[in-house]
Write a protein that binds this ligand. Sequence first.
Ligand code: SF4
Length: 74
Amino acid sequence: MKHITKTYAIDDLVVKWEPHKCIHSAICFHGLPSVFDPRKRPWVNVKGAPKNDIAEQVRKCPSGALSLQMNERA
Ligand code: SF4
């Protein structure tokens, strides 16, 4: 089965989510519910909090399902 990867981008911050790695620990949406809300589509709202807060929360994902890609600014 092919694994999918979703990306959610704002400016130079790209949040990557790999659903097959997610263990549904709920850490992301308890920690930052204004960004991570599984009831919404898309479930990651990169406009919901300052970028630093999003990056910090992504780093707390225990499974590695959420990760960050920093885009270089031109
Ligand atoms: S913190 Fe990571 S493992 Fe937990 S629900 Fe969010 S994406 Fe899934």
